[in-house]
Design a protein around this ligand. Structure first.
Ligand code: BTN
Length: 254
């Protein structure tokens, strides 16, 4: 705690050695009026979850399994922007602490050499008054060896340690992630999404490329043209139409 570089984020911190999912705990805490920037951190998750009802490998002591409760005063439809703010914050932190240069695949995957080292899951508590809490779950593969990953993800996952060749400090990473998240959220609240979007686009491997977007009911192929100010991905299909994608799995086509 005394080592935090933030003003608010992480000052209220729930640190656990094991839990099912830090998202579940964060959802419970968010209903108890805990402050903006409350953090739940666990050494291990027994039922870590990813997007689209997938499991998230969360081996003990190897990664950063963290959920951050934010209470931004923004309209509901701007919530997806926070996934992008979080992605940019994590990339900056990884660069700063490890010297590695990850990139971002829309909306939330952080990749090293095309393999995923971090996933971000943004969940929402809202009512008629708008957003009550945004729960940003960050799963960062820090010090895993190949054998720490389950067979299903061995081909698509990596860790910072595997890429760098030496262990990385999870403490420094947490500190740095919270620092950038607080900073970029402040910039976003003061100046709007444009500055964040620019940074995000700089790190993105998706924009300008041919992609296949798998959604629940359909699959679209086209060029990933841009993201909107809401954080929605726009894909231009060969018939010239522009489609706004809110949630999908993106595959790069070569
Ligand atoms: C994804 O890429 O599908 C998102 C993965 C998010 C994983 C993190 S780990 C901390 C938090 N708790 C969870 O159960 N999930 C998120």
């Amino acid at each position: 705690q005394p080592l935090l570089k933030t003003v608010r984020y992480g000052k209220t911190l729930e640190y656990l050695s094991s839990c099912e999912s830090t998202q579940i705990i964060a959802h419970q805490l968010a209903q108890q009026l805990v402050p903006d920037g409350t953090v739940v951190l666990s050494e291990e998750q027994t039922a870590g979850r990813g997007r689209m009802a997938r499991k998230w490998d969360s081996a003990h002591g190897k990664g950063i399994w963290m959920s951050i409760i934010l209470r931004p005063d923004i309209p509901l439809q701007r919530a997806p922007q926070f996934t992008l703010i979080a992605a940019v914050s994590v990339v900056r932190a990884i660069e700063e602490v490890t010297g590695l240069n990850p990139d971002i695949k829309w909306p939330n995957d952080i990749l090293l050499n095309g393999k995923k080292c971090t996933g971000i899951l943004t969940e929402l508590q809202s009512d008629a008054d708008g957003i009550q809490a945004l729960i940003i779950g960050i799963g960062l593969n820090a010090n895993q060896e190949m054998e720490d990953f389950s067979d299903e993800v061995k081909d698509i996952a990596t860790s910072l340690k595997l890429k760098k060749g030496s262990p990385v400090s999870r403490q420094e990473l947490v500190r740095s992630i919270l620092y950038y998240l607080e900073l970029y959220t402040a910039i976003y609240i003061d100046e709007g999404f444009a500055a964040i979007k620019l940074m995000w686009e700089g790190y993105s491997t998706t924009i300008g490329k041919p992609v296949r977007a798998r959604m629940a009911k359909e699959t679209l192929e086209g060029i990933a043209e841009s993201i909107t100010d809401e954080g929605v991905l726009q894909i231009r299909t060969p018939d010239g139409k522009l489609h706004g994608i809110y949630s999908a799995d993106i595959e790069m086509k070569n």
